[in-house]
Write a protein that binds this ligand. Sequence first.
Ligand code: COA
Length: 180
Amino acid sequence: MKLIAPTVALHDSWLRAWEEWGTLDQDGAATHWARDLDLRDPADFATWVERLNSDVVPEGYVADSNFWMVEGDEYLGAIQLRHTINSPALAELYGHIGYGVRPSARGRGLAREALREVLTVAYDLGLHRVLLCCRVDNAASISVIRACGGVLEHVRPVDEFARSHGVTTPMCQFWLETAS
Ligand SMILES: CC(C)(COP(=O)(O)OP(=O)(O)OC[C@H]1O[C@@H](n2cnc3c(N)ncnc32)[C@H](O)[C@@H]1OP(=O)(O)O)[C@@H](O)C(=O)NCCC(=O)NCCS
């Protein structure tokens, strides 16, 4: 598996992965940048890819780095590193890093491999510790985070703030050292 910058070359494979997910709501994939687009359309897909690779930070967001997990010309998943935490939502519900693996590629350790690599990217950006947030019932993700050295700091109960962001399950807050 390789981590690469998002590319239009994987459009067909990305569409097959979308079918597997059955939803545009795919962790780590930053599909919120595509809400006004039809990703089946090559031109719209190219616009989304351009947004993912852009250094321009839209109002209300923080700078981020987006990577795709690929094997050959097959898209397997996505991982996003947010360079700063500047809001209660990032600090308490989302953290620095999000990721997702397409259903047919799960169970092969890909997320663990991707997270390890992105921790080195974070280190190179000057982040010596990163926050990862994960639902208490997400056993696979908790296992990935622990395998990468995550230390559970707090389990955040559901409250009005969480609900206002659509979060209805307690969230584990893990901190990970980025230097190995
Ligand atoms: C979480 C996710 C990224 C894990 O990716 P993955 O590449 O499939 O991870 P793995 O298959 O290597 O699984 C990691 C570990 O979880 C375990 N695991 C997988 N599914 C599990 C389950 N349903 N219950 C318990 N453990 C599970 C695996 O056995 C493995 O354990 P090990 O490290 O002890 O061998 C993937 O399941 C996914 O995309 N889920 C939907 C999106 C998501 O939840 N993203 C994370 C948000 S915090």
